[in-house]
Design a protein around this ligand. Structure first.
Ligand code: CO
Length: 214
């Protein structure tokens, strides 16, 4: 199939999808167009094999989604912060899920020294996670084991980084119902592992990160 016909196929797929949806429910689009009230903010990897809705069996309207390389929560990233602020303060999501995945190319790049251009700067954030957990990681005998563990540790770190934001801490201070979670998706079996870093208050943070809004 030529690239052009592949491209046209996407537009044709869309038309088919619309007729399919309307056949199931004639008000599908009018209803969705009038309101967005998703209970979840998903922060996932940009990897094409980790589609948030598909792997969780959720539909349009159920998840507000932000994706970047290696599902990072970088506290100077205005894009992520804008999504987070909108999700927490306007949409009032109840859950924020950071979902990483085994076999993540971003995490793999962080474990090696080869320069890949601009992405080196982004990957630097993951190198910091490696550095922080170097003792634990280097006790793992296999490269594959270290890679899998760094994927998990990176997700945990991003959940903590969410908890460190003023956006999340202000919501908790106002008794808003908001829980943070960390998951890892397995490309090889499709299963999600819950890392049990569920947080609904800043109590697990080092006191240096707890902000005083008074
Ligand atoms: Co990835």
């Amino acid at each position: 199939m030529s690239e052009n016909s592949y491209y046209n196929k996407l537009l044709n797929n869309n038309k088919e999808w619309v007729s399919h949806k309307l056949a199931e429910d004639k008000d599908y689009f009018t209803r969705l167009a009038s309101l967005q009230k998703p209970p979840v903010l998903w922060i996932g990897c940009a990897d094409s094999r980790v589609p948030a809705n598909e792997i969780t069996g959720t539909k349009s309207g159920e998840m507000f989604v932000h994706r970047n390389i290696a599902n990072m929560v970088v506290h100077t990233d205005i894009n992520m912060l804008s999504v987070l602020d909108y999700a927490v303060n306007q949409l009032k999501v109840k859950h924020i899920i950071v979902c990483g995945h085994y076999g993540c190319g971003g995490v793999e790049a962080a474990m090696h020294s080869k320069s890949l251009g601009l992405i080196d700067k982004w990957v630097r954030n993951i190198k910091e996670v490696y550095k922080k957990n170097k003792v634990e990681l280097e006790r793992i005998p296999t490269e594959e084991g270290r890679f899998d563990r760094l994927v998990e540790l990176n997700v945990k770190d991003q959940v903590y980084d969410l908890a460190k934001t003023s956006i999340v801490q202000k919501a908790w201070k106002a008794n808003q119902d908001l829980e943070l979670h960390g998951w890892v998706y397995g490309l090889k079996d499709g299963l999600i592992k819950d890392l049990k870093v569920n947080m609904d208050s800043p109590e697990h943070l080092d006191s240096i990160y707890i902000l005083d809004f008074d």
